[in-house]
Design a protein around this ligand. Sequence first.
Ligand SMILES: NC(=O)c1ccc[n+]([C@@H]2O[C@H](COP(=O)([O-])OP(=O)(O)OC[C@H]3O[C@@H](n4cnc5c(N)ncnc54)[C@H](O)[C@@H]3O)[C@@H](O)[C@H]2O)c1
Length: 438
Amino acid sequence: MNISMIGTGYVGLVSGTCFAETGNHVLCVDINEEKVQMLQSGQLPIYEPELEHIFERNTKAGRLHFTTDLQKAVAHADIIFLALPTPPGEDGSADLSYILGVARDLSKMITNYKVIVDKSTVPVGTAERVHAALAEHLDPQLFDVVSNPEFLREGVAVEDFMKPDRVVVGTTSPKAQALMKQLYEPFVRQGNPIYFMDERSAEMTKYAANSYLATRISFMNEIANLCERVGANVDDVRLGIGSDLRIGKRFLFPGIGYGGSCFPKDVQALAKTAEEYDYDFKILKSVMQVNTLQKQIMVEKLQTYYNNELAGKHFAIWGLSFKPNTDDIREAPSLHIINGLLALGATVCCYDPEAMDHIKKIFGNSIQYAENPYDALTDADALLILTEWNLFRTPDFQKLSNHLKSKTIFDGRNIYSMEQMNELGFYYESVGRKTIKQ
Ligand SMILES: NC(=O)c1ccc[n+]([C@@H]2O[C@H](COP(=O)([O-])OP(=O)(O)OC[C@H]3O[C@@H](n4cnc5c(N)ncnc54)[C@H](O)[C@@H]3O)[C@@H](O)[C@H]2O)c1
């Protein structure tokens, strides 16, 4: 099939590359000229495991191309995907200006039948709005609008896309349904389902999924906070509840709050949708409130430990991306923590294997950057662990002790065992577990 992907970010680039991998001819469009030039010259603008080799294979095979020319993309495709940003607007609802703007542009360019697919995360009713925007200049016989939300996770995006747990397709058009089935069949050979439903249900499914996952995180963060107070160990509690099949083991790790480009904005957008429909979605409000507080917990713990005297203290930070295996720092807890520490007069030296360039763009000269994890530790009063990259899990603790001014670790991700920290003589505070004091 001939496919165009409008928006070549995390979702557009991964989806486009994976569609090329199954033999389709894919043209990815972006308005960011620098990004398109990079891609045309064979470089990836994002870090995503597994992406590089399938990107290379498909560009070399001539199935994957990049352009800034929307008109060319329209002429190329039977199916046009919109993988555009849907950032939060000022009131928290999803900003649909990118989607509707492109839909209006398309309405002036389409001359034969196309399926327009919303892959972005968009509020209930967006497919109808896209339809209306297209119909401004276009005969409705010439297009169908489909909602096809994307569930890939950054860090394992290629694997998720190639072997999805499920594909959700929202459409009431039999013609569009048949094309979408044909396109996705190679991805569900192992029997995972393609669920066909109406557009509104598909749009709701994506928000319900992300909001439920965010709810699990906020729930576990509250359990962890309570564990600290009652003297229980949240890791044991997590195992104890996760083995119940009704609960399941995944997504029960407490930490320093959820971040990323999806959960914060999607939970907020669903709460806004509820408000618009006069529904008081109490759980979602709490999920957001708990997350805001959880992002402050590390700085609060430091303030308590240093008797509210953080001015002049110097901290090493390991991990900046909102989760491991991505360079994405959007809404990352690290941003809140660094800002909090700087506001209280502390200084920071940080290290992350992939996210340094992005962090430099935000903090410039106001913080220090290390070339490797150990350099970040020099003269630091404590090490703060903010992202659980594998690289940080088994460091050379002797070297770590030698570099730090004081053997003190605040671990926002529970990556070390308390026994080990005790044996090695560290002061060690983690989340939902007892503090190791020497
Ligand atoms: N990142 C994820 O893990 C993920 C997962 C599932 C769903 N989503 C959803 O997918 C959508 C896209 O997310 P993303 O993370 O890929 O965003 P992104 O910001 O990484 O990428 C969006 C791209 O669209 C481009 N763009 C903006 N306006 C354009 C225009 N008029 N024409 C062409 N290109 C344009 C931008 O330059 C950018 O490269 C969002 O709705 C998001 O919520 C994201």
